[in-house]
Design a protein around this ligand. Structure first.
Ligand code: 5AD
Ligand code: SF4
Length: 435
């Protein structure tokens, strides 16, 4: 979501005459788009700012801007701490950025804009995909009303707000006209899509409408909240041809006690029922998830329940985090904080188990032919191209640059932890097509 926000910022600033550069030293404007989901992300932003501050000392004309969740949290207070910043803009203020920067340029003033404002305007800012891009993000909603006890998002991104369906469909049509064939729909809780628009269309209806747009071959979305995942949505995996067979469904914990304390709104049993439902409609669906270890009050037994849930589901991949206390969230006041050492040790064991599961799931694809949408050159070898299967696995295979943007049938030869190795499938004369 932050990557997409950055893309939107770039699109807005291009219209002001700015271009992106890889050379920070030569830049007129440096903008740091921050995240504060965990303390580590916030620390990264601080160290970046420290580095750019030194550049500004060498070049006083440099405009230094900071946006995103940390900027939202800091608000006015930041200028006392970091007076070298020219612009501080919050999560609802991206659309104002060109004007803020002009203000700085005109009179050298410092601008802090972090008010929550009704923001169809910010919802409707469109990123512009690079020339030749086949894949794009599309925002369908912002904010979150869930208030999970550990999470800072509702505090910094405001209440849930869905973007009007006609605006979303118009954007996807424009993208398709420009050659985009895969869209990833973005929102903190996409399953609640439509609630702030009177309930219609809901998320499944939106997916069906996008599935009818010519040229869109792949639809992905993130993130789904298990509580709001309806049977109708499960059915979309079977009925909408363009739907990719992958879902990211964060579970957070396998213990009912912890899920209750986290305010997640579902039990372990209900989560497992959702997985069963998804596998009923889409037997080959790949399932990924998020887990937090060391939430306040998590006992070894609670933690074991998470490992047991992992054994039951066998996730294709899992993003796991040590609980990180965030200011203003309910969990700050919770008793029985888990010591750092215990958190680290639990995380390590959990990640070792997940590695086994990831390999096991990836190995199931060995010997099979998968359709890969080619994204570009592989990072590891100039002679290889890289792309993704519909189930969102990265596949590397021998091939030249002319394959970028094409769809290839690839025989999976070897499963690794983070990717699959394949070769263009034999039989068909040309295993790749531009559709
Ligand atoms: N500490 C650790 N992990 C967190 N997440 C969100 N807030 C916290 C926190 N305070 C994780 C959740 C969420 C993912 C995006 O980040 O697992 O799904
Ligand atoms: Fe945070 Fe929970 Fe909302 Fe996800 S659903 S953004 S974890 S409050």
């Amino acid at each position: 979501m932050n990557v997409n926000d950055s893309e939107k910022i770039v699109a807005l600033l291009r219209d002001e005459g700015y271009e992106t550069t890889d050379n920070a030293e030569g830049a007129d404007l440096i903008l740091v788009n921050t995240c504060s989901i965990r303390e580590k992300a916030a620390q990264k932003a601080f160290s970046q700012l420290g580095r750019f501050r030194m550049m500004k000392e060498r070049n006083p004309d440099l405009i230094l801007a900071v946006g995103g969740c940390l900027a939202q949290e800091w608000g006015q207070n930041i200028l006392a701490r970091a007076p070298y910043l020219n612009v501080v803009f919050g999560t609802h203020n991206i659309h104002g950025l060109p004007e803020f920067i002009r203000r700085v340029g005109n009179n050298g003033s410092r601008v802090v804009e972090t008010a929550f404002a009704p923001s169809v305007k910010s919802l409707n800012i469109m990123a512009r995909p690079e020339k030749g891009a086949v894949s794009a993000y599309v925002t369908i909603m912002q904010g979150c009303n869930n208030f999970c006890a550990y999470c800072v998002v509702p505090h910094l991104r405001g209440p849930e707000e869905s973007r009007p369906a006609e605006d979303i469909l118009a954007e996807v049509e424009t993208l398709a006209d420009h050659g985009v064939r895969e869209v990833t729909l973005l929102g903190q809780n996409v399953n609640a899509y439509g609630k702030t628009l009177g309930g219609s269309p809901g998320f499944p209806q939106l997916l069906r409408a996008i599935g009818r747009i010519r040229g869109i071959e792949r639809i992905r979305f993130t993130t789904s909240h298990p509580r709001d995942l309806s049977e109708d949505l499960m059915r979309c995996f079977a009925e909408v041809d363009a739907m990719c067979n992958h879902i990211h469904l964060p579970v957070q914990s396998g213990s009912d006690t912890i899920l209750g304390r986290m305010n997640r709104g579902y039990t372990r049993g209900q989560y497992l029922e959702k997985i069963e439902g998804l596998r009923h409609y889409c037997p080959e669906i790949s399932v990924t998830s998020d887990v937090i270890v060391g939430f306040p009050g998590e006992t070894e037994a609670d933690y074991q329940a998470t490992l047991a849930l992992m054994e039951t589901v066998t996730f294709d991949n899992l993003f796991s985090f040590k609980y990180s206390e965030r200011k203003g969230t309910a969990a700050v006041g919770f008793d029985r904080q888990v010591p750092e050492k215990v958190k680290s040790e639990r995380l390590q064991r959990l990640q070792a188990l997940q590695q086994e599961h990831t390999l096991k799931r990836n190995r199931m694809l060995e010997g099979r032919v998968k359709v890969v949408m080619v994204e570009g050159k592989s990072k590891n070898s100039d002679r290889d191209m890289t792309g993704r299967t519909r189930c969102n696995k990265i596949v590397n295979f021998r091939g030249g640059r002319k394959l970028a943007g094409k769809t290839c049938s690839v025989l999976i030869k070897k499963a690794h932890l983070h990717s699959l190795r394949g070769e263009p499938a034999g039989g068909a004369k040309d295993p790749c097509s531009s559709k």
